[in-house]
Ligand binder design. Structure first.
Ligand code: NAD
Length: 432
């Protein structure tokens, strides 16, 4: 199939590469000329495990190309995938300007029958808006399909190649065989393709993210209660997760959820509820708990410094919002660094993949360490904010020797509290 993917970010690039991998003829287009020029020269703009060789391989075979010629590439496609960003607008609703601009381009170039897949996360009613936008410019038959993406950054290629399920909303039966053919290679061992109307598909994506965010906020609240009661949240988590009705995923407490999806999608869902007179009280509470949790690591540091943060040196390990990605959008680690700087601390940072985005974010306001231990030189405290494998079994004697202080705030519960105290750290985890 001839496929054009609009938007070459975390979603568009992965989707484009995976669709090329199954033999399709894919062009990824973007309005960002620098990004496309880089991709044409073999520079992958993001870190995503397994993506680079897949892009390379498919480019070499001529199945994957990159272009800024949106009009020509959309005109030539049978399937157009919208994978552009939907950031939060000022009022918390999803900003649809990029999606609707993509729809304009599609309408202008609807020279033959096409299926339009919306992979961007968009509020209920957007597929209908996309249809209206296209219809204003053409009499061609076409299908708009709300096909939300569930990939996780850090495991995106595997998630797309072996999906738990594929949600497909359709506003016309014409597109169904095309979508079935498109996904057949990824669903050979299951038939978990769930067809529904577009409104339900749009809501399914928000409901899924809200459910996962709820589990995280729930565990963060339980963790905070554990601290008050003297319980160990890690033991509670294991006990809880072993119930087959509950399951063990998404039960790790931490510094609060972040990233490019959960925070903005929660805000957009709350906004949708408010706009339609159906208040989402639970979702609002989840968001509120998270906002508070994102201060937690800072508060622990402040307490360890007896309230005197100004003039302290803090090493922060991890800036990405989670391990295995370079994405720092709405990362709790970034909030922590911002607050420390605001309160007059000096900060040294290390992240195995996110140093470049961090440089763009902080400029010369922090020191960029060359490795985890370099960040510790002269530090009063170490704060571990991202659960990178690299941080899980470090040389603790070297850590102690490099630091001038003894404060260790473990925002991801990577270390054993007794062992840490035995080594002379003033250790604080989350909920232990
Ligand atoms: P991103 O910001 O990394 O990439 C978006 C890209 O779209 C940018 O390169 C931008 O230049 C480009 N773009 C904007 N307008 C365009 C246009 N008119 N034509 C062509 N390109 C255009 O975003 P992302 O993280 O890939 O997310 C994309 C969408 O997918 C969002 O709605 C997001 O909520 C959703 N989503 C993201 C994830 C994730 O893990 N990142 C997972 C599931 C769903």
């Amino acid at each position: 199939m001839r496929i054009t993917v609009m938007g070459t970010g975390y979603v568009g690039l992965v989707v484009g590469a995976c669709l090329a991998e199954t033999g399709n003829d894919v062009v990824c287009v973007d309005t960002d000329e620098g990004k496309i020029a880089g991709l044409q020269n073999g520079k992958i703009p993001i870190f995503e495990p397994g993506l680079e060789p897949m892009v390379q391989r498919n480019e070499d075979f001529g199945r994957l190309r990159f272009s800024t010629d949106l009009d020509a590439m959309v005109a030539a496609a049978e399937v157009v995938v919208i994978a552009v960003g939907t950031p939060s607008g000022e009022d918390g609703s999803a900003d649809l300007q990029y999606v609707l601009s993509a729809a304009e381009t599609i309408g202008r170039n609807m020279t033959s029958e096409k299926v339009v897949l919306i992979k961007s996360t968009v509020p209920v009613g957007t597929a209908a808006k996309v249809r209206e936008t296209i219809e204003r410019q053409t009499d061609q038959l076409f299908t708009v399909c709300s096909n939300p993406e569930f990939l996780k950054e850090g495991a995106a290629v595997g998630d797309f190649m072996k999906p738990d399920r594929v949600i497909v909303g359709l506003d016309s039966p014409l597109g169904r065989p095309v979508v079935e053919r498109l996904y057949a290679p990824f669903l050979r061992t299951s038939n978990r393709m769930i067809f529904m109307d577009n409104v339900s598909a749009e809501l399914t994506k928000y409901a899924a993210n809200a459910m996962l965010a709820t589990r995280i906020s729930f565990m963060n609240e339980i963790a905070n209660l554990c601290e008050t009661l003297g319980a160990d949240v890690d033991q509670v988590r294991r006990g809880l997760g072993s119930d087959s009705r509950i399951g063990s995923a998404f039960l790790f407490p931490g510094p609060g959820y972040g990233g490019s999806c959960f925070p903005k999608d929660m805000r957009a869902l709350i906004r949708t509820g408010d706009e339609h007179g159906s208040k989402l009280n639970l979702v609002k509470a989840v968001d509120k708990v998270n906002t508070r949790q994102r201060r937690r690591m800072y508060k622990k540091l402040k307490k360890a410094f007896d309230g005197q943060v100004e003039g302290k040196q803090v090493a922060v390990w991890g800036l990405a919002f989670k391990a295995e990605t370079d994405d720092i959008r709405e990362s709790a680690a970034i909030d922590l660094v911002d607050t420390l700087l605001e309160k007059g601390a000096s900060v040294a940072v290390f992240d195995p993949q996110a140093m470049e985005p961090a440089r763009n974010r902080f400029g010369d306001r922090v020191r960029y360490a060359t490795d985890p231990y370099d960040a510790l030189t002269g530090a009063d405290a170490l704060a571990v904010a991202t659960e990178w494998l690299l941080f899980r079994n470090p040389d603790f004697d070297r850590i102690r020797a490099s630091m001038s202080g003894d404060v260790l705030v473990d925002g991801r519960n990577l270390y054993d509290p007794d062992q840490m105290r035995g080594l002379g750290f003033r250790y604080q985890g989350i909920g232990r």
